[in-house]
Design a protein around this ligand. Sequence first.
Ligand SMILES: Nc1ncnc2c1ncn2[C@@H]1O[C@H](COP(=O)(O)OP(=O)(O)O)[C@@H](O)[C@H]1O
Length: 180
Amino acid sequence: MRVVVTGTPGTGKTSATALLEDECTVAHLNDEVRDREFWTERDEERDSLVVDVEKLEAWVDEEYGEASDDADDADDVTIVESHLAHLLPADRVVVLRCRPDVLESRLLDRGENEAKASENRESEALDVILAEAVEEHGVDSVYEVETTEQSPEAVADAIRAVVAGDREPSAGTVDYLEYL
Ligand SMILES: Nc1ncnc2c1ncn2[C@@H]1O[C@H](COP(=O)(O)OP(=O)(O)O)[C@@H](O)[C@H]1O
């Protein structure tokens, strides 16, 4: 079973999924995109890489196996995390959420520049990643997890619950427009 963990940069994907590495396979895609050059061009203005999703998907399928039809195969779980992970086929999609002002602070504390932190704040307030995830996978496969007041350990527990099938799909439960 493939569970993808996506969300605006700063929502805590890397921190939470790192806590799951002893119990299932975890692929941190952003490292691979950079190291294996799964990108087509560099967006200088936004200081980011434009990813070749087809090339990335082929590599993930080759390296970790395809998303299985058996969505209840909880014994053989691969977690794929990245803010692009929802663009890949998946059995379940976890979308981490964070209140945009808190997200901006986390990114600034992490050393991101103000423009990038502000751009991601706006993206989170507008539900950009959630909307893309629902469009790709449908509402029945999307699980939002609030991380604003949660520790990475608590977020990891929420991801475990999605993997175990103990959590109902939840898309659109979060509204951050006032933080735009
Ligand atoms: N649950 C959390 N609560 C508070 N801060 C967090 C949490 N998860 C991550 N962080 C911090 O926020 C920043 C972004 O976390 P990170 O895991 O890199 O997010 P992402 O992988 O989604 O970009 C890091 O500095 C990290 O220490």
